[in-house]
Design a binder for this molecule. Structure first.
Ligand SMILES: Nc1ncnc2c1ncn2[C@@H]1O[C@H](COP(=O)(O)OP(=O)(O)OP(=O)(O)O)[C@@H](O)[C@H]1O
Ligand SMILES: [Mg+2]
Length: 281
């Protein structure tokens, strides 16, 4: 294994009760690599990405993440290992999960103060710098209920970044956002990628995956059906299963008369994003 590999997943298998969600998944992620995980709803993408920081225990296989070893099926990792993993692997979810009683600034300051014993003044300086870097300096004192979805998601990303993670996991970070908000969150993620952060993201934004990801992993039917360089997989998929999936997902992009302004039949506001970016659902 190259020392450049920061996440090494071997033979990962996850079951919920008798039901196998996925089986025998292997993936190596190098430092500064951007990996996009795509696939139909229910394929196990969220479950998979959550195993990487052990938010889900798993049934077989192992994950070596930044030198820490997580093993499936047996005893859970020690508290110290889990703590290290969770500090070094940040995560942003579909829903932003900010603390409602804390301002944007308070949300970003909390982690370093509580888990790293960073003095308040330093935590504040760093949180302000992070919020400024995503264009939210003037919203620092606002409470989550006064922030737009896109703003909340950027605060949530800052909150994860405040812990100085080496790897960031994103699970459909834009799927709950109105179309106008999607761009600013994607710009934030693009910025992280260009700074060399290692990123693993579940996304339905196919255009974004094509632009930003080095590697695309297609999950379906409980396994990885294809993985490889982003362009190759998205433009010339070799597996029949990923071809079927991508044809269905990319169709709205090619349909005549569909524009960013248009909403598909019966669609919510999110549909415009679908038309622009593709959607797994
Ligand atoms: N806590 C749980 N207990 C039992 N089954 C679960 C649990 N979480 C997820 N599942 C099941 O595992 C399967 C994979 O779910 P997962 O959320 O990982 O899919 P996904 O690919 O992220 O889908 P989506 O694109 O809709 O987000 C689904 O069939 C789901 O119902
Ligand atoms: Mg999911």
């Amino acid at each position: 294994m190259s020392s450049d590999v920061v996440v090494d997943i071997q033979g990962l298998t996850k079951r919920f009760g008798a039901r196998t969600v996925f089986e025998d998944i292997s993936l190596q992620v190098r430092r500064s690599e951007v990996v996009a995980v795509i696939g139909p709803s229910g394929a196990g993408k969220s479950t998979f990405i959550r195993c990487i920081n052990y938010l889900h225990p798993f049934d077989a296989g192992r994950i070596r993440v930044l030198g820490h070893e997580l093993v499936g099926g047996g005893a859970p990792p020690s508290k110290a290992t889990l703590r290290q993993v969770r500090m070094q692997v940040g995560m942003a979810f579909q829903t932003f999960n900010l603390f409602p009683h804390l301002t944007a600034l308070g949300n970003v300051m909390l982690g370093p103060m509580e888990t790293k014993r960073v003095p308040a003044r330093d935590a504040r300086d760093k949180a302000m710098a992070l919020l400024s870097s995503v264009g939210l300096a003037d919203r620092a004192e606002a409470y989550p209920r006064r922030l737009s979805g896109g703003e909340q998601q950027r605060v949530a990303i800052c909150r994860a970044l405040a812990m100085d993670p080496e790897v960031m996991l994103f699970d459909e970070p834009t799927s709950m956002l109105d179309p106008e908000m999607v761009g600013e969150v994607l710009a934030t993620i693009r910025g992280l990628a260009s700074q060399g952060m290692t990123l693993i993201l579940v996304t339905h934004e196919m255009q974004f995956a094509k632009e930003v990801a080095d590697t695309v992993v297609v999950m379906a039917d409980g396994r990885v059906v294809e993985q490889g360089p982003a362009r190759d997989v998205l433009e010339h998929p070799t597996s029949e299963r990923s071809r079927t999936f991508l044809t269905r997902v990319l169709k709205p992009l090619e349909a005549p008369g569909v524009s960013g302004e248009a909403s598909p039949p019966g669609g919510s506001g999110r549909g415009a994003t679908t038309a622009l970016g593709g959607d797994v659902r």
